[in-house]
Design a protein around this ligand. Structure first.
Ligand code: SAH
Ligand code: SF4
Length: 381
């Protein structure tokens, strides 16, 4: 099946012409796909039945995957979805909402770009499950569409997308960029390019290609260490000069796109959180025009712990005093294992029966505290 959520607007224009249809049909179809969020071609009622049949006969369809399970955090602000894509690929996506007084909440979808990941970062649950397969662009778009469909009854919208879920987006470059184009094309999902952030463990060729892509997407690079030796312990697939190479790549990205790069630094108790390392990091990044986002590590099976709060704050202070812009990431969703590095579709989850949530009986959310099924409740204000 050729998924219509894969096709860029200009390609859809061409397809309609090819099918002998007036071009405005492309506009009708795009509005239906990105405003009504249909789960199947038959639900695209904006098109005449004959055209739907023509599309189906030509092999086109709509298939954003099944929601196997959803879990909502106690405060209602974080929703984790387990999606089944294709026949047997399970992936997770997360919606994080940030209430804004008097306004609709900022609603960020954290998208997975691969099932599993080959990069093997020792503190990351996805890394520990190994690599399964690359996701297609339409499977990344589908994750956003599922969340948008849940928000719609509350008159809320997806406002931001971060490629920070399972997998390494720049190891799946072509599909990730196609997804970013679909999400930002004004005739498709229509987000501002600046509302999208791609996070990478540091695929240098991918960073440079992205800089040349002529897009205004944000870039986050997961650094985690200020020196080569320590970085290679945490990110075993890193090259021998990765720290140095990534700082240079960030400068190039900024020069070409005008967008400041964020370095992510997962702080792990006793491993990369010492004042000495903070000073090294400040020395490395001073004057580079980059920003550091400190992420106190979220618990995963590996036994890596989060440093005590005062150590996190001290690390931040040293960076700031050293002239480096820095923030500590506000934690979201860790109690439902929806936080950074906790996304993993393990055997336990795979054993859950596949029952779409739209079905009469949804699969029980086993082993999850305060889990809830069905549409997310309105965020507590
Ligand atoms: N592969 C990409 C994007 C997905 S990981 C990357 O590595 O950047 C998204 C972010 O979560 C990365 O910054 C990653 O380092 C971080 N992360 C992974 N495991 C984590 C954990 N256990 N606690 C906190 N952050 C983690
Ligand atoms: Fe892959 Fe990112 Fe996890 Fe590393 S942190 S294993 S690159 S998903």
């Amino acid at each position: 099946m050729n998924d219509l959520y894969r096709i860029l607007p200009q390609e859809l224009d061409a397809l309609m012409v090819e099918l002998g249809e007036p071009r405005y049909r492309a506009g009708q179809l795009l509005r239906a796909l990105y405003h009504d969020f249909p789960a199947a071609l038959v639900e695209v009622r904006a098109l005449p039945a004959a055209l739907r049949e023509k599309l189906a006969a030509a092999g086109y369809g709509v298939g954003p995957g099944d929601e196997v399970r959803s879990v909502v955090s106690e405060d209602g602000e974080t929703t984790k979805l387990l999606l089944r894509l294709g026949h047997d690929t399970l992936i997770e996506s997360v919606l994080m909402q940030y209430p804004e007084p008097g306004k609709h909440p900022r609603s960020t979808v954290c998208v997975s770009s691969q099932a599993g990941c080959a990069m093997g970062c020792i503190f990351c649950a996805t890394g520990q499950m190994g690599f399964e397969r690359n996701l297609k662009a339409e499977e990344m778009v589908a994750q956003v569409v599922h969340m948008a469909r849940r928000l719609k009854p509350r008159s809320e919208h997806v406002t931001n997308v971060v490629f920070m879920g399972m997998g390494e987006p720049l190891a799946n470059y072509g599909e990730t960029v196609r997804a970013a184009r679909l999400l930002t094309d004004p005739r498709a999902f229509g987000l501002a390019q600046r509302s999208i952030t791609i996070s990478t463990v540091g695929i240098l060729s991918g960073i440079d290609r992205l800089a040349d892509q002529g897009m205004q997407v944000g870039l986050a690079i997961s650094l985690h260490a200020p020196n080569e030796e320590l970085r290679r312990r945490l990110v075993p697939t890193a090259g021998p000069h990765s720290v140095h190479d990534l700082v240079s790549a960030a400068r190039r990205y900024f020069k070409k796109t005008g967008r400041r790069v964020t370095f992510e630094y997962a702080l792990i108790d006793g491993l990369n959180d010492s004042p000495e390392l903070a000073r090294q990091l400040a020395g490395l990044l001073r004057g580079s025009g980059t920003h550091v986002n400190l992420i106190p590590v979220n618990p995963t099976a590996g036994g890596f712990g989060r440093p005590p709060r005062q150590r996190v704050v001290a690390f931040e202070r040293i960076l700031r005093e050293g002239g480096v812009n820095c923030t500590i990431r506000a934690e979201k969703g860790s109690e439902i294992s929806a936080a950074c590095g906790q996304l993993r579709t393990d055997e336990d989850i795979a054993r859950v029966d596949f029952v779409p949530l739209s079905g009469a009986a949804a699969a029980p959310a086993r082993g999850r505290r305060q889990s809830a099924l069905g549409p997310a409740p309105s965020p507590a204000r």
